[in-house]
Write a protein that binds this ligand. Structure first.
Ligand SMILES: Nc1ncnc2c1ncn2[C@@H]1O[C@H](COP(=O)(O)OP(=O)(O)OP(=O)(O)O)[C@@H](O)[C@H]1O
Ligand SMILES: [Mg+2]
Length: 299
């Protein structure tokens, strides 16, 4: 494992062999110059800070192969035409999940949602824009609370509406998956996101809205889940965009499972394409959005 400074060294023992190979591939391809330190360790995934050759900050999310809840993941992968026919092999599920988060972040960015720019993913590793200042990640809404509750709640609800208009329901919106940046709330952790044709999409949409309405109740904004829900779904019907968007995202996946990009058990040497590889050269964190947090690039 390549490291920049001794105090930043990450013990190689924290990664399984499969993950180490994927990380070394990213290092070899110069996507990252070093993997520096953990930002967060969880049950499903660990998030690390990484640095590029030109000193930019990146966030590297590594899904855990051993401790992830595969059955729960499968529920969110069914009915998703992008991941039709994936096997129940744990590598395939984790890899599909990683690609799902990557693709969902792409949809979110294209829809103008405040979310980290996804740079690249391969197997169980996703690299994205780092949301933070000077190598320190911004706090979540849970940690920091809201200093401008009215505009923060509106920004999040507007982002939920933008996603819905783009054919996506995040399905895991809560104060834990919102980071409070200097440009307002950013939505992260999009792996659970489902397309609106998923049988439970509307149930998840209502739950996302309700989580936000409930969180902001302490700020007495007078928000109501049902009103916000109706606003979002009727807006969509009025604009007649639903069918068109559904069509767009029903296309066959670009990287079907088993084509070598999955990096499953057979892919231990880390071969196979990196999804989004075309973006390596000069990849610009926050590209495509003019209100990206200012401090994503430098310290
Ligand atoms: N792009 C990012 N930039 C900076 N920090 C990030 C970024 N993405 C995630 N983090 C940090 O990592 C934490 C966990 O990220 P995330 O919510 O995506 O993982 P998770 O799936 O919830 O993991 P687990 O379920 O295992 O806890 C976030 O709360 C945040 O502190
Ligand atoms: Mg999370």
């Amino acid at each position: 494992m390549k490291v920049t400074k001794p105090e930043r060294k990450i013990e190689t023992g924290v990664f399984d062999r499969h993950t180490l190979l994927v990380i070394s591939k990213f290092l070899k391809k110069r996507v990252i110059e070093s993997l520096d330190y953990p930002i967060s360790t969880g049950k499903e995934a660990d998030v690390f800070h990484a640095t590029t050759l030109d000193g930019r900050n990146l966030a590297v999310k590594i899904f855990r192969i051993e401790t992830s809840t595969f059955r729960a993941m499968e529920d969110y992968l069914v009915s998703d035409p992008r991941f039709k026919g994936i096997s129940d092999n744990k590598f395939d599920i984790i890899n599909a999940w990683t690609r799902k988060e990557f693709k969902n972040l792409q949809i979110m960015e294209e829809a103008g949602v405040h979310s980290p720019h996804p740079l690249i993913c391969h197997a169980n590793v996703l690299i994205m824009e780092f949301l933070g200042v000077g190598g320190m990640a911004y706090s979540t809404l849970f940690q920091a609370g809201s200093l401008a509750p009215e505009s923060d709640a509106r920004s999040i609800l507007d982002d939920i509406a933008r996603m819905y208009r783009a054919g996506l329901v995040h399905a895991d919106i809560s104060e834990y998956n919102i980071m409070m940046t200097d440009k307002g709330p950013y939505i992260i952790d999009a792996g659970q996101g489902v397309l609106i044709k998923h049988p439970k999409a509307h149930e998840f949409l209502r739950r996302d809205i309700d989580n936000i309405v409930r969180y902001f109740r302490k700020y007495s904004l007078g928000l109501d889940t049902e009103t916000e829900y109706q606003k979002i779904i009727s807006e969509e019907i009025e604009h007649g965009k639903l069918r068109r968007r559904k069509k767009k995202f029903q296309r066959e996946p670009e990287t079907p499972a088993g084509d070598g990009t999955g990096g499953g058990a057979d892919d231990e040497e880390g071969e196979g394409d990196i999804v989004g590889a075309g973006e390596i050269e000069g990849a610009d964190a926050g590209a495509g959005r003019d209100d990206a947090p200012e401090n994503v690039d430098g310290e």
